[in-house]
Design a protein around this ligand. Structure first.
Ligand SMILES: Nc1ncnc2c1ncn2[C@@H]1O[C@H](COP(=O)(O)OP(=O)(O)OP(=O)(O)O)[C@@H](O)[C@H]1O
Ligand SMILES: [Mg+2]
Length: 234
């Protein structure tokens, strides 16, 4: 579904992604790991059209979309749940969900999908009129995931969805990712929590020094001390 080849991304004079190549096959969950500042969010933001690559290909559903703007990426089906959730704090839960459908025009479909989000996340259904900024971290994560799903993605990009959440809420995130996968969604998930990556993903990539340093199967990561120590510093 997604093929990234020799991607290079710079911030001004600083090279962050030197030569990144990886694939996300349709119907899989792929985990992207790497230390702090290794460039994980830079990859997600480039795939989302928020950053322009200096070189390289991003082939999605057979078309090269590298350098296209974010509204184009959303229309072709690439949608992200951003790091830190970034819900619109002063807007209601309901308004946050509706904003996820900003590129759509099918009003009846949008209304039906909002109700579907409330079925998927009954907890936030009871809070639909509440300001999103007043919710707990786990509830905000549900709003952020629901908002992304409102764009009807084919490929969901999740940037560290488990960070800062209590173990029980992390389990909820894991269950949500599995449920979305069972419904047919393809997912690229960035994680610092190797346990979460190993629990949900089939394939894993580790980013180091601006390139993919390790490729393997995700469940095997958890008992691969060499990968954990040399690439992730633990
Ligand atoms: N807007 C920017 N301008 C300049 N440098 C940036 C910018 N955003 C990120 N960087 C730098 O690029 C590198 C990669 O950042 P990025 O946010 O992609 O890392 P990350 O792997 O997502 O880190 P984290 O695990 O902390 O979220 C870091 O060295 C960071 O300081
Ligand atoms: Mg990041």
């Amino acid at each position: 579904m997604l093929e990234v080849r020799h991607l290079k991304v710079w911030y001004g004079v600083t090279e962050v992604l030197r030569d990144v190549s990886f694939e996300v096959p349709e119907g899989r969950i792929v985990a992207l790991l790497g230390g702090n500042g290794s460039g994980k969010t830079t990859i997600i933001n480039t795939l989302s059209g928020l950053l322009r690559p200096r070189a390289g290909d991003i082939v999605f559903d057979g078309a090269d979309v590298a350098g296209r703007p974010s509204d184009h990426m959303v229309k072709v089906g690439i949608v992200q749940v951003p790091q830190g959730r970034e819900v619109f704090a002063s807007m209601t839960v309901h308004e946050n969900l509706e904003l996820g459908a900003a590129t759509r025009r099918d009003r009846a479909g949008i209304r039906a999908d909002v109700e579907r989000m409330y079925e998927l996340f009954p907890h936030i259904a009871n809070r639909r009129g509440q300001r999103a900024g007043s919710l707990s971290g786990g509830e905000q994560q549900q709003v952020a995931i629901g908002r992304a799903l409102m764009a009807r993605p084919k490929l969901l990009l999740m940037d560290e969805p488990s960070v800062g959440l209590s173990p029980i809420i992390v389990d909820m995130v894991v269950e949500t990712v599995r449920e979305l996968h069972a419904r047919g969604l393809t997912i690229l998930i960035v994680e610092q929590n190797v346990g979460v990556a190993a629990a949900v993903a089939q394939d894993a990539f580790v980013l180091k020094d601006g390139a993919i340093a390790f490729t393997g199967d995700a469940p095997g990561l958890i008992d691969n001390p060499e990968v954990l120590s040399s690439y992730l510093g633990r």
